[in-house]
Design a protein around this ligand. Structure first.
Ligand SMILES: N[C@@H](CCC(=O)N[C@@H](CS)C(=O)NCC(=O)O)C(=O)O
Length: 226
């Protein structure tokens, strides 16, 4: 049977939601972050060569990397509808958001997070210098990319209810982590009504409610200011 190794406040929430959406049989093993480093604990790091969450094990197979896991799990559930097949009207839209989540959104958010950490953990006057330089990086590179993504989300979610199209797909499931990270930072406050409606929509899904109950944490994402 497939086992999900779920690290609290991590991207493995995606796989928890996926398995609930599929009504799959699986074993759940939960891990807390290391209280000192906030990283995955040693027994989690030992699971896979990357040492990152999520990880699933299935017999002899050990698989890391969110979207690889989503595709692997969906291969075992061919009729699920969570991955529109070639030729389906929502196929391209699903593919776009499934890959943009990791390739564009999370990469930009990751850079932004590292810049903020460097600024906040550097002594003055280095912190002041970094703020000036990184402010330009945000203005010229990061913010335009993030704004373009959020604007496109707003437009697409005005046409169809889910990132994957008419129905929930793996695109919505992989976007859940960076979307909650963005929402926690106030990105959508007072704007992006279609994006806000998407949050309301997914939070009413029985699979999402079940995943949140199993996760049993006050929020989904990790924050360095905890
Ligand atoms: N692209 C990878 C990213 C994995 C990743 O960075 N996971 C974070 C959790 S959100 C992690 O494991 N952090 C703890 C650590 O690095 O020890 C994926 O989607 O699986």
């Amino acid at each position: 049977m497939l086992t999900l190794h779920h690290l609290e406040y991590s991207q493995s929430f995606r796989i928890l939601w996926l398995l609930e959406a599929l009504d799959a049989e699986y074993e759940l093993k939960c891990y807390d972050r290391d209280p000192e480093s906030n990283l995955a604990p040693d027994d989690y790091k030992a699971l896979s060569p990357l040492g990152t969450a999520p990880v699933v094990t299935d017999g002899d197979l050990v698989l890391a990397e969110s979207n690889a896991i989503i595709d692997y799990v969906l291969d075992a559930h061919p009729g699920s509808g969570l991955r529109p097949a070639a030729g389906h009207p929502d196929r391209a839209r699903h593919l776009f958001w499934f890959h943009a989540a990791q390739g564009s959104l999370m990469s930009a958010q990751g850079i932004a997070m590292v810049l903020t950490l460097l600024e906040s953990r550097s002594p003055w006057p280095i912190s002041a210098l970094l703020k000036a330089v990184f402010g330009q990086v945000r203005k010229i590179f990061l913010n335009p990319r993030l704004d373009a993504l959020f604007d496109l989300m707003e437009e697409d979610l005005g046409k169809k209810p889910f990132f994957g199209g008419d129905n929930l797909t793996g695109a919505d499931i992989t976007l859940v982590y960076p979307m909650y990270a963005a929402r926690d930072k106030g990105t959508f406050d007072g704007k992006y009504p279609n994006v806000s409606a998407w949050f309301d929509r997914i939070e009413k899904l029985p699979s999402f409610i079940a995943a949140r109950a199993k996760d049993n944490r006050p929020r989904i994402t990790f924050r360095f200011d905890d």
